[in-house]
Design a protein around this ligand. Structure first.
Ligand SMILES: Nc1ncnc2c1ncn2[C@@H]1O[C@H](COP(=O)(O)OP(=O)(O)OP(=O)(O)O)[C@@H](O)[C@H]1O
Ligand SMILES: [Mg+2]
Length: 287
């Protein structure tokens, strides 16, 4: 098998948060991706890229404990997720925060109730402590004062931020996002990126993000892999901006340049339009 186009320095071993080794993923007889090998360091914003249907969401499912590997291993801080006893695996899963594509807030519950549900299910905090923590988490995502709103009463961008507040309710060590900016206008998408970046940094989290959004990939990604549908494995890995400049793989070049740039020769990232990030305010949400 050809080795993927790798552009990065190897991280220090004790800095590695997630390690995926020889992972093959399949639904019955249909192999989605095979022999995936990559590492994610602590604090990284790691992007999973690839065309539609290549297996990005499936990979997330293997990382968050929803689907067991056909072969291979997923390690968190050196501990094998799928080989761990169920109690230990449960503890590992509690360190994860997840933001699904749809946001997936309960529509019949207020924002406060949505977040409180996670806290009351997994902590022994009193109702008063939970209420305080809920307000703190909402403030973290720029939604102070929106406790009693229902999801349908706020914009799409605000719903994503509320879902993010719920994802960080238990102070996760690692956050997973599947297409976080899907369905948002470009400005709201940039503000969500900005929030993901600041939240990950302030909480000291690692973030693993599935996205097609080129601006996000280039702006916030510190490292990445590119999954290919035809090769059924990783065809490139490294910091996205470095891949954009240096990769020779036509599929990856095409993806990162949206087919706007020549098939060979150096690419200037400045040629990719990346809109400026609007400041985050509570009063004006454009979404
Ligand atoms: N539950 C399932 N059973 C069988 N096949 C599935 C199932 N879920 C996904 N697949 C198939 O596995 C492949 C990978 O799907 P996946 O949803 O992981 O792709 P993706 O990269 O996330 O795509 P997209 O960018 O469109 O979200 C696809 O061919 C899909 O049809
Ligand atoms: Mg998907």
């Amino acid at each position: 098998m050809a080795s993927p186009d790798t552009i990065s320095a190897a991280p220090l071993a004790d800095d590695i948060h997630v390690s995926v080794a020889g992972l093959t993923m399949a639904y019955d007889d249909f192999v989605v991706q095979r022999e995936l090998d990559f590492k994610v360091s602590h604090g990284e914003i790691f992007i999973i890229m690839g065309g539609s249907g290549c297996g990005k969401s499936t990979l997330l499912r293997h990382l968050i404990g929803l689907k067991p590997p056909r072969a291979g291993h997923v390690f968190f801080d050196g501990q094998d997720l799928w080989e761990a006893p169920s109690g230990e695996r449960h503890r590992m899963l509690l360190k994860m925060g997840i933001l699904y594509q749809s946001g997936a807030l309960w529509s019949a519950m207020t924002l406060a109730e949505n977040i409180a549900l996670t806290l009351s299910a997994h902590t022994k905090l009193s109702p008063r402590e939970i209420a305080e923590l809920v307000s703190l988490k909402l403030a973290l995502v720029g939604l102070a004062g929106f406790e009693d709103f229902y999801p349908a009463e706020i914009s799409g961008g605000m719903q994503k931020r509320a879902a993010l507040a719920r994802a960080v309710a238990l102070d996760p060590e690692i956050l997973f996002f599947d297409e976080p900016s899907a369905g948002l206008d470009p400005i709201s998408a940039r503000r969500l990126d900005d929030l993901i970046l600041h939240l990950s940094q302030s909480l000291g989290c690692t973030a693993i993000i599935v996205t097609h959004d080129l601006a996000s990939i280039l702006e916030i990604g510190t490292n990445s892999i590119f999954l290919d549908t035809d090769a059924k494995t990783i065809i490139a890995q490294g910091p996205p901006r470095d891949l954009l400049r240096h990769t020779d793989h036509p599929t990856v070049r095409n993806f990162l340049s949206r087919g706007q740039l020549p098939d060979n020769g150096p690419i200037n990232p400045a040629a990719i339009p990346v809109p400026p990030i609007a400041p985050l305010t509570e009063e004006t949400d454009p979404a």
